[in-house]
Design a protein around this ligand. Sequence first.
Ligand SMILES: Nc1nc2c(ncn2[C@@H]2O[C@H](COP(=O)(O)OP(=O)(O)OP(=O)(O)O)[C@@H](O)[C@H]2O)c(=O)[nH]1
Length: 427
Amino acid sequence: MGRRVALATIGFCLVFTVLAVALRTAWAWQASVAAMRQELAQVDQVFNRTLAKAIWEMDRDALYTHLASAGQVTSVGRVTLKIRQANRSGEMLEHRQPGWSHSPRMPSLLRTLSYEPYAGAKEDVGELTLEGDERVLLERLRDEVASIVITQLIQSVLLAGLIMWMFNRSVTVHVQHIARHLAALSPETLDDRLVLARRPSRPDELSKLEAGVNDLQGSLRDYLARQRRDERELAAHRDRLAELVHDRTRELEEANARLQTLSRSDPLTSLPNRRHFDELKDVEMRRSHRSGQPLSLLLCDVDFFKRYNDAYGHACGDRCLQAVAQVLRESFVRAGELPARIGGEEFAVLLPGVDLAGALRLGERLCKAVEARAIPHKASEVAPHVSLSVGVAQFDAVTMERFDALLQQADEALYRAKSGGRNRVAS
Ligand SMILES: Nc1nc2c(ncn2[C@@H]2O[C@H](COP(=O)(O)OP(=O)(O)OP(=O)(O)O)[C@@H](O)[C@H]2O)c(=O)[nH]1
């Protein structure tokens, strides 16, 4: 900006110099013309009377001498003398500077020459014409113009320098300071106020700019503080929301797990129900098929349970079923063993990795465990306490394509246990 102002100032000063030189040259020309006119008038004053006298006295030598003297004056270009003679056309005498030529711009002076030989006898004897020499005028003007140009140029250069120095000191330095301050501005430096190194007597444009920058910094600082506070609150809300979602998800997962357990367990005995049994039976059958490991099934039925209900009541019947279920739970605790309630008073036990002989042994052990609980059963024909009939079957991958075949085989074994006298294990 400072450079542009400097160039504009120099340009203005040059234009001003040209105009001033032109104006002052015109004045100088007029002044020179006036001075030359004055000089011609002085020449006339000096020579008018002597020339008139020389004409009157017909003194040719004096006439030529005076004419030449008048023509020698520097500013005079040509002197013309017209001598009047009675009854004859007048005589013309002339003296001109070498190389002189007529110019309409040059001043000239025409004077009548009168002689008064005695008082009251004044007589016109001729006319004197003085014309200025333009070369003299131009030479004087050249010197004048040179001095005008030099002084005007010095004035302009000094003026331009002064304006540039003042502009730089009072504007450019502070604008550069403001630019540096703004460039270094960041959220961390918003507290650093802009202070210009100047003391104006009255607030001016730079003072307003300084105050404006400081106000803007203040507003920005407040805005950023508000924004940071809002962001913190937002983050806290977000955390609370995430916590809430996490809690709700956990509760939902727990409820789902509970629902899964409920849907897959028998409400009376808490043993796995028929649905759960059906899900796992196919899994175990496929595993046995793949691995070649044996898989056996026990089908258990409480003997004369209808009579039990009739003798002790339905509620006691429920408690009896719960007791039998507890025995089953305690008897089959190895990984993979699955006791389940699959019907009213019917239970099944899936025994992966157990062959028929092993299953028979486990069936016997189960019957003994139920017997050991000694739940009285006065209506039973086979024992004074609750007893079980157990049918045992082993899965055969060659003959059994589906689990139903194993189930049917175990059911037939159970039938044989029942028909064989109950309270026993059959295969
Ligand atoms: N208390 C009670 N009784 C049940 C439940 N489910 C089935 N029962 C009863 O169990 C009895 C089963 O009778 P049956 O199928 O004739 O069998 P059983 O009387 O045991 O005769 P056998 O099996 O031949 O020894 C029925 O009377 C059903 O009402 C139950 O959840 N609670």
